[in-house]
Design a protein. Structure first.
Lengths: 288, 353
């Protein structure tokens, strides 16, 4: 496995399959001088759970934000069910069935649990569009019960809740919507083992239903191998590895990451040496 | 007990358990007090009532109808200004141009009427001008990205200057009013004894409903509490900001006209309007609205304005020398706010609400 080395410059696996719901082609994105994504090709097959891996700062979150319409790519195209997909806003992507859980959770501390659950999807009455708080409270209770997350009071501001509970609300909010493509950015980061297990169970159930496609950013390889059908590794702004989970191993993934660190360290040392040489040369020049 | 638990949310009752039954009576009274303080405005209501009781006991003409009428113009305009400002402040922004809009709008009204526009349409058009000012404020803040403090400070000077130019620094008689007789137009737009009070109460009720029961309100809190998160959730943050600046400026423009009608003349006096600006912001802040955003109520601004009015009026009735008035006012605001903050700390520490 390790003999495969580091295919950072070429794309490893086919970037399309007949049952793709989403295809991402040649996406690039820079923030000023920093290149987050260089040339990303990726596809999502109907009903699968794709694990997106990569080092911190490798552009995983940026990729999710582009797909869900929060940011716009510099170049490249996306296709949703074979049609060109150019989301104009988060609302637009959501209307087309794509929704995300962000790393920062996008919760408002001052708002109640159920107002956060329905943020931007508020239920209102007719004809006067007043908030239907009773309905939102009921549906929130139901959605949380479905996941098995216990939050005793739904009218407290979410500032009062634990990190795991807050994360559960963010996940429940996205999962209980109408989206059929879910993008989850580290959905288990702040959770204890029990809550995390419940979220993974929920994703397992979604997979069994087969209607929902999931792309998840995960850092814990145990979670990856427990839940994901396929993994993609994002490295240096491209997808450096694309394999079914069954065909790869913790060792292979580790090896790639370790190799990346080794390379980064070698580069840093080379830079240091060059700088020292330059300094020595400069010193020699002034001495003479 | 029944009253107390009724005021609580039902979900609160199960974990109570049997412990509370034995001291039901004392516990019930305590619970009512604590439940009351749970309201965000609870503490300032207490402070306002204490102030009113103090003046009633110490100044013999305070608790009279005629004094209540004297008090109205001190607080009704501030309640309306504060109500608009609350929306901007919950957004985490501030509007310093409300005094300048207040100054400008009666002159716009006057010019339009001079140009032949009938009274009521002229009022409506001047309110549109105020809205445009709010939209410009919002544009600079939300789209260009200048801080609201700087933007609205610039707008303050711009509009003060504009008012001096179009008025030639001379006061004018407010159209539709006369010193001798209050006609039906003046009755409605600030001239009637209770006109400003009715406007203030109506606006406070409507805006509090908007804040509590509509998407507009939820998005206002969301943008003030977590701007990036709101954007990620799909809320159009810029739109929310702009429309709150528009709302705030509209309130200020309306108050300008109401006050000009009440006073029968409009005076181009920027120092007076700056005073109004700070009192409007004080009403909002005293009423519990946070400068950092995310939290606040319109009813709080009404009570904050009432507190300022009671204090101002009470000090005058007690015969405090004009030289001491601002000093006492300032100290009283600091003391009231300290009590307010302390009570709020007790409240959040109590784990209620």
């Amino acid at each position: 496995m390790a003999e495969q080395g580091l295919p950072t410059e070429k794309i490893v696996a086919p970037t399309s399959a007949p049952d793709d719901v989403l295809r991402v082609e040649h996406i690039s994105k820079s923030f000023g001088p920093t290149t987050a994504l260089r040339d990303v090709n990726l596809h999502l097959r109907k009903g699968e759970v794709l694990g997106l891996l990569g080092d911190n700062g490798s552009g995983k979150s940026t990729l999710i934000k582009i797909i869900c319409g929060f940011q716009k790519q510099d170049s490249g195209q996306m296709f949703l069910h074979g049609e060109p997909f150019e989301p104009k806003s988060v609302d637009d992507a959501r209307a087309q069935g794509i929704d995300a859980v962000y790393q920062d959770l996008a919760l408002v501390d001052e708002l109640s649990v159920y107002h956060n659950m329905f943020l931007r999807r508020e239920r209102v009455r007719v004809p006067i569009p007043f908030l239907n708080n009773a309905l939102m409270r009921r549906e929130t209770r139901k959605a949380l019960d479905d996941i098995g997350i216990n939050i005793p009071r739904l009218d407290v501001p979410v500032a009062r809740l634990s990190g795991g509970q807050r994360q559960a609300i963010a996940v429940a909010r996205t999962v209980s919507g109408d989206a059929n493509i879910l993008l989850l950015d580290e959905p288990l980061a702040a959770m204890g083992a029990k809550e995390g297990g419940q979220i993974l169970e929920l994703i397992e159930r979604l997979k069994e239903d087969g209607e929902v496609t999931v792309m998840m950013i995960l850092h814990n390889y145990a979670h990856v191998f427990a839940t994901c059908d396929r993994v993609n590794l994002l490295q240096d702004g491209v997808i450096a590895l694309d394999k079914p989970t069954a065909e790869t191993s913790v060792d292979e993934l580790n090896e790639i990451v370790v190799e990346e660190y080794r390379r980064a360290r070698a580069a840093a040392i080379a830079e240091d040496t060059a700088a020292q040489a330059a300094a020595a040369a400069a010193a020699a020049a002034t001495a003479s | 007990m029944a009253v107390a638990s009724g005021s609580e949310v039902p979900a609160q009752s199960p974990p109570e358990g049997p412990a509370s039954t034995s001291r039901a009576l004392g516990g019930g009274a305590l619970k009512i007090v604590r439940g009351f303080l749970t309201l965000r405005e609870g503490s300032i209501i207490v402070v306002a009532i204490v102030t009113a009781v103090y003046f009633s006991a110490n100044a013999k003409n305070f608790a009279t109808l005629s004094n209540f009428k004297t008090l109205l113009p001190y607080f009704a305009p501030l309640a309306i200004l504060g109500a608009g400002e609350v929306f901007v402040m919950i957004n985490g922004e501030i509007d310093l141009s409300i005094g300048a809009v207040y100054l400008l709008s009666p002159f716009v009204f006057y010019k339009l009427n001079q140009a032949g526009v009938p009274l009521v349409p002229a009022v409506v058009l001047s309110l549109f001008v105020s809205m445009a000012v709010g939209a410009i404020n919002g544009f600079f803040v939300a789209v260009i990205g200048i801080s609201s403090f700087v933007t609205t400070l610039g707008m303050l000077f711009t509009l003060d200057g504009l008012t001096l130019i179009i008025s030639h620094t001379a006061p004018v008689a407010t159209p539709g009013t006369s010193a001798l007789h209050v006609n039906s137009f003046a009755q409605v737009f600030g001239g009637g004894t209770y006109s400003e009070l009715i406007w203030a109460l109506g606006i406070v009720v409507i805006l509090q409903a908007v804040l509590t029961f509509t998407r507009w309100g939820v998005y206002t809190v969301a943008v003030g509490g977590n701007r990036l998160g709101s954007a990620e959730a799909g809320i159009r943050v810029r739109l929310v900001l702009i429309r709150n600046f528009v709302l705030c400026a509209t309130c200020a423009g309306l108050v300008g006209i109401l006050e000009a009608v009440r006073a029968v003349t409009a005076t181009p006096d920027p120092s007076g309007s700056n005073d109004i600006l700070f009192q409007g912001i004080a009403a909002a802040v005293i009423g519990g609205t946070l400068l950092r955003g995310g939290s606040g109520t319109v009813v709080g601004a009404l009570i904050g304005a009432l507190f300022l009015g009671v204090l101002h009026d009470g000090l005058i009735i007690q015969g405090v020398s004009a030289n001491y008035l601002d000093l006492y006012l300032g100290l009283a605001i600091l003391i009231a706010m300290s009590v307010n903050v302390y009570v709020q700390r007790v409240r959040t520490g109590s784990g209620l609400g």
